[in-house]
Design a protein around this ligand. Sequence first.
Ligand code: UTP
Length: 208
Amino acid sequence: MSKEIRKAVFPAAGLGTRFLPATKASPKEMLPIVDKPMIQYAVEEAERCGIHEFIVITGKNKRPIEDHFDSAMELEETLKKKGKQALLDEIQRLNHLHFAYIRQRAPLGLGHAILCSKPFVKEEPFAVLLSDDVIDPDDNLLEDMIRCYQRYNSPVLALEKVPHEETSRYGIIKGREIKKNVFEIEDLIEKPKPSGAPSDIAIIGRSY
Ligand code: UTP
């Protein structure tokens, strides 16, 4: 099987309760950071790794995500007439990417959201990006993860070291370091108290 990653899945059907009331009627993934919605940072991160096919798992109130990645004819015409070329280029920059949307019929959790993409990714390897974890582009995280997947031929999760006293806010791994910054994961413990945590290393929102 080819180890090239061509598809990325974006689970975006969660209720976003931690951001209420901002997320009552608007998707959490569309909350802006400076001048871009969070999900666009993740799409651009995947695009830099050569991924052009995006499967977004959506739910109730998530229509703005579809509109955001669609063409906007009227707006584009207006910008063209007004000679605002830089803005026009910016909003057309992602037009070559392919987006598909799947409704998760009920918010049954992240695992179920990823499973909803199965008929579309089929047997291919694919990336999963949680757009509410915004990653510094200079970190090249996704690129490193793809290399790791190709080398070890196994699922890969992104990890980060967290303060020991905060382990109860994260999914914490039990594992052994097989190479600098690469861990073989033996177990995952959801939100352990610091006294019972097997490490200070947590999973974050990227996987293959
Ligand atoms: P979170 O754990 O952040 O859940 O989901 P949430 O619902 O978005 O936010 P809170 O906890 O209510 O504040 C991680 C990712 O998984 C997606 C979310 O959209 C988010 O990108 N997700 C979560 C789904 O797609 N479906 C679900 O049923 C749950």
